[in-house]
Design a protein around this ligand. Structure first.
Ligand code: SF4
Length: 389
């Protein structure tokens, strides 16, 4: 057992589409409002960056993920231009997963049919809640009924791989509200559900409100209660918790997100996007150096990104060479979140894992360790214990 660096060329591509019609008060993503005028130039810049990233090599993709922002705000001809370019410039695996993130407002069956015709085969809907009071608290632009309409539009159009995002531990809503919301969602039999707790991110309008005591932040009690409720209800509906916050029917796990959680390399393009490359792939970014892996991130503002690409750059704001120890720490941190667990890399890690197993925090099978229900509550601690061993 020896420490490993990421083993392969990237097989996943993340494309950031930053446009949103409003800023939700809890969101700290790289977004641009009123992006209509920028859309053409933004897609042009993305294609330029992709050419540089590909660098004349053959890259076979297993997954393409259009995230945001709100990618579905891209005009259809630009979405087509972008995907046609990707499909013509990269090799595609036979089981290619192509995901688009979508907000519920205004989604029609015609829109979903168009996405399917362009090669998109998975939609991740930002439902967040099917409770209007919760949606108002979150400052979302849609209602519970428009979220239901969006789900129905996906099904009427023939989409067979639907993922829905929910947010839990929203203050001022009792767990009955979350439970009702989740039960209602399950009536539509989504193939995949992501349940994320509300977090108060630095620099967001929500954080300023909480700091000024005009709103309360999420409570640990609600977090634990509602997370356990989600595990129970989703398991009862046949969705396995394959990652701490993600549940899927058999065969519908997010292949793209598994790339992140398994610490594998992936390409990312577009304003605000973060990518991760194996040590010998820095040339794709024109970066020299070495280490256990290369993390890079882009300029956050779309207009600044477009200008940087127009000037012959790659739109990169920064990069960091991770040491082998840092890569290993991240591999353990993400791998322990997976129900399949993570392979341990040394005898000392295995010895420490056996001690943690005696405390009921992990289970061990061969050289693979996975967190138990009790261990999931202290994942950060488990990661530190195993990485220090
Ligand atoms: S729609 Fe999504 S990406 Fe856009 S501001 Fe709201 S949470 Fe952020």
């Amino acid at each position: 057992m020896t420490a490993e660096t990421p083993p392969r060329s990237p097989r996943s591509l993340y494309l950031h589409i930053p446009f949103c019609s409003q800023r939700c008060p809890y969101c700290d993503f790289a977004i641009n409002l009123s992006g209509e005028a920028l859309q053409d130039r933004y897609v042009g810049a993305l294609l330029e960056e992709l050419k540089l990233l590909r660098g004349g090599t053959r890259i076979e993709l297993d997954t393409v993920y259009l995230g945001g922002g709100t990618p579905t705000l891209l005009r259809p001809e630009l979405l087509e231009r972008l995907l046609s370019f990707v499909f013509s410039q990269f090799s595609l695996s036979g089981s290619l997963e192509v995901t688009i993130e979508a907000n519920p407002e205004g989604i029609t069956p015609e829109m979903v049919r168009l996405w399917l015709s362009l090669g998109i085969n998975r939609v991740s809907l930002g439902i967040q809640s099917l409770d209007d009071a919760t949606l108002r608290w979150l400052g979302r632009g849609h209602s519970a009924s428009s979220a239901v309409d969006a789900i129905r539009s996906c099904r009427v159009a023939g989409l067979e791989n639907l993922s829905c995002d929910l947010i839990f531990a929203v203050p001022d809503q009792d767990s009955g509200g979350f439970e009702a919301s989740l039960r209602r969602l399950l009536q539509f039999h989504p193939e995949h559900v992501s349940c994320y707790e509300l977090t108060v991110e630095q620099g967001t309008p929500l954080q300023r409100e909480v700091k000024a005591q005009r709103r309360t932040g999420p409570s640990v009690d609600a977090y634990l209660r509602e997370r356990r409720l989600a595990v129970e209800l989703l398991a009862g509906a046949g969705l396995d918790q394959y990652e701490v916050s993600n549940y899927a029917r058999s065969g519908f796990q997010s292949q793209h997100n598994l790339t992140y959680w398994k610490g594998l390399p992936y390409l990312a393009a577009g304003s605000g996007a973060h990518g991760f490359l194996a040590p010998d792939e820095g040339w794709r970014l024109g970066i020299q150096g070495g280490g256990g892996g290369l993390r890079y991130w882009h300029l956050r503002d779309a207009a600044t990104y477009i200008r940087a690409i127009a000037a012959g750059g790659r739109g990169i704001r920064g990069h960091e060479w991770l040491s082998a120890a840092q890569v290993e720490l991240e591999r353990l941190a993400c791998g322990l979140r997976l129900s399949e667990g993570v392979d341990l890399q040394s005898a000392s890690q295995l010895a420490r894992a056996r001690e943690l197993a005696l405390m009921g925090l992990v289970e061990i099978a061969g050289s693979t360790v996975r967190a138990t229900t009790g261990g999931v509550d202290v994942l950060d601690r488990l990661t530190l214990e195993l990485s220090a061993a």
